[in-house]
Every structure is written in C-alpha cells, then in structure tokens.
Design a protein around this ligand. Sequence first.
Ligand code: THU
Length: 128
Amino acid sequence: MKYEELMQKAIEVSKNSYSPYSKFAVGACVLAESGEVYCGCNFENSSFGLSICAERNAIGSAIANGEKKIKAIAIYSPNQDNCFPCGACRQVIHEFCESDDTFDVIVKDGDEVKVYTLAFLLPESFSL
Ligand code: THU
C-alpha cells in the first residue's frame, strides 16, 4: 500500500478519536508484514493516565489479528502538523518491527507526507 493511502486511512480514523479532555485527536494506521492494514485512534479516560494513544491502539489491533511484525505506521492529528509518536509508542513500535532501520514512521506536514525511520526517532533503543 502506498504511504499516501496509509495516511488517508489515518486521517479517516482520527475522526473517531475520543479525546474530550485534551481535545487532541490522533489517528494511526499500521501496515503489517502481511500487507494488511490496521487503524486506531486515541481514546481518553476521566482518569487521565488511562488514556491510550492512537499508535498503540492500532498496533494492538494488528497483534490481536495475528500479525507478528509491522512495517510502517502513518500518524495524523488535525491539531498538529508532523504529529510524531510519543516516546512510549516509539518503544512499542520497536517491539514489533523487524528492524529500526527499515521501519517507516509517516507524518503529514501540510500537504506533504514525510517519512522517518524508527532508528532516527528512537536511537539506541532498548531490547531484552
Ligand atoms: N496521543 C496519541 O494518540 N499519540 C501520541 O503519540 C501522542 C499523544 C494522544 C494521547 C492523548 O489522548 C492526546 O494525544 C494528548 O496527549
């Protein structure tokens, strides 16, 4: 799937965001090794610390559907250009990608779609 299409799906799913507290909507769409695509949005809670990021929601869906590895993720927020994954989500991506050097993180900068490797966003990542 083209990265522009993956971003389009992230834009669509961001509309389902449940973010009444931060009012910061996020959508994420994961491309799995199988070629299948899994989407997620952030969903918050009145107990703020329980809020779940869009990226981890999308990755959880991929894993629940039997995927073992993910190849790329597109992330979109209507509130902010270049909506990068938070530190926690970067570490979760690391857990499920084949290599930080080849995993692509796709963000939207105005009309442009930009691509960064996970290695760039999470140098010296932690593994057991
Ligand atoms: N959020 C995400 O969904 N992904 C990120 O990578 C950063 C933050 C959400 C969590 C919370 O619902 C809102 O954005 C504000 O932090």
